[in-house]
Design a protein around this ligand. Structure first.
Ligand SMILES: *Cc1c(COP(=O)(O)O)cnc(C)c1O
Length: 426
């Protein structure tokens, strides 16, 4: 199946090419040219998740060189549990944080890494993953490429602006993963990446793999867990659920709308945002007004200008059509705190600050049948969560292991010449 650009000016291409390109040549985002007609069998909920994911993805990779590798890639990529946990008669939590770095980004990053590894080199350039991160993305991408490929990774992160535990997930991998602490902000890191991608010297030596959430190599596998969970919920309750997704750059939200579009039993898609309200304002006013990013307790969702909005608009150009199938909400830091604080008594759960936005929405709704999407393990954000619940968050094994390693990072000023020096020898 071909993928086309949301801006309509790029040549259609197969998904494997879209994965290597990251962004379309006209600056748009890749979307499927048409929607496959899938005859959904409710019994698919009995499959292992990795088998199910491979089955759904095979509709999108028809005629693609990756098609024959999908069962192998999915089995390797998704080797961890993905529980749909019942927390009340009609509410379940889809826990997406049991992968190597304890956030949902492991799903997309691992699929992307394994897919890239299978695609033959088209030139003599050195493949390189260059990624700017404000926290979770860098860790997931580093872990995925380190464990599954020979491709080196360079991570740029703002010095002293990621949590201690997030920093350990960036800096403890070994020589093929270079962690660079930039004396500046996340925007400085992103700007360095952009400068590098267009620099002649870099173009000459490297084929860059884009590992951010606009890559369909991350989005397509994310779509499959929503398909799967919707069938599991239906099987358990004989009713379809609405899904509430903690949202930032709208990657997961777009993936959820795609799952719904394929005909899976998803009543409504709810995008739960923090104080960054661009999407919520759009639902209210029909005007798209991106703003400067506001820092919140749910920092992985601090996005003032979400990139994947372009995909949502492409799918539903009319707001009235989107509103039938989706809704959005903005949750304040005070509400995030209150939701974490009352989590144990209300639900017997410890929530991470991101997941708390979705839980807060559930708590304000009177109707039934919801799936709360839990995007990260609370132990990653212990400095926020522990004072609120007045107890320690138990550490998952993966995190325990990473915290026992020795961190190595290089410090640079936000200057492209300094970045260039640090790409030598990769
Ligand atoms: C990245 C992230 C989000 C936001 O996901 P998007 O796909 O960017 O909307 C939410 N929660 C956590 C924990 C994240 O790491």
């Amino acid at each position: 199946m071909n993928f086309i650009s949301t801006r309509g000016q790029a040549k259609p291409c197969l998904p494997s090419e879209a994965i290597l390109k990251g962004i379309a040549s006209d600056g748009g985002l890749f979307v499927p040219e048409s929607w496959p007609v899938i005859k959904i069998d409710p019994k698919w909920s009995k499959l292992k998740f990795s088998e199910f994911a491979s089955l759904i993805l095979s509709y999108f990779f028809q005629d693609d060189p990756l098609q024959k590798y999908l069962p192998e890639i999915c089995a390797k990529a998704f080797h961890f549990p993905i529980p749909l946990k019942k927390i009340s008669a009609d509410t379940s939590v889809l826990e997406l944080f049991h992968g190597p770095t304890n956030a949902f980004k492991d799903f997309g990053a691992r699929f992307l890494a394994l897919a890239t590894e299978k695609l033959p080199q088209r030139n003599s350039k050195k493949r390189l993953v260059l990624v700017a991160t404000s926290g979770d993305t860098g860790g997931a991408v580093a872990s995925a490429f380190f464990e599954n490929t020979q491709i080196p990774v360079v991570i740029l992160y703002p010095k002293n602006k990621v949590s201690k535990r997030q920093e350990m997930q960036l800096t403890t991998w070994g020589p093929t993963v270079r962690a660079i602490a930039v004396n500046g902000s996340f925007d400085d890191c992103q700007s360095l990446v952009k400068q590098c991608l267009v620099a002649d010297w870099a173009q000459k030596d490297f084929e860059f793999i884009s590992a951010n959430s606009i890559n369909i190599g991350r989005l397509l596998p994310q779509m499959t867990y929503f398909c799967y969970a919707s069938l599991l919920y239906l099987q358990q309750h004989q009713k379809s659920a609405s899904f509430i997704v903690p949202s930032g750059n709208l990657g997961n939200s777009a993936a959820l709308l795609w799952a719904q579009k394929l005909g899976f039993p998803i009543r409504k898609a709810i995008f739960a945002h923090n104080a960054n309200r661009a999407v919520v304002d759009f639902f209210e006013t029909e005007k798209w007004t991106p703003h400067k990013t506001i820092a919140t307790l749910a920092n992985a969702m601090d996005v003032g200008n979400p990139s994947n909005f372009e995909r949502i608009q492409n799918l539903y150009p009319k707001l009235e059509d989107l509103k039938v199938l989706a809704n959005s909400v903005s949750v304040t830091d005070d509400d995030i705190k209150a939701t974490i604080q009352s989590g144990k008594s209300k639900w017997k759960e410890i929530w991470c600050p991101h997941t708390a936005t979705a839980v807060q929405y559930r708590e304000t709704q009177k109707d039934s049948n919801y799936v709360i999407v839990a995007t990260a393990h609370p132990a990653k954000f212990e400095t926020i969560v522990e004072p609120l619940i007045q107890s320690e968050v138990p550490l998952p094994e993966n995190l325990k292991l990473i915290l026992s390693k020795r961190p190595v990072s290089i410090e640079i000023d936000p200057d492209i010449k300094e970045l260039k020096k640090n790409l030598i020898g990769l």
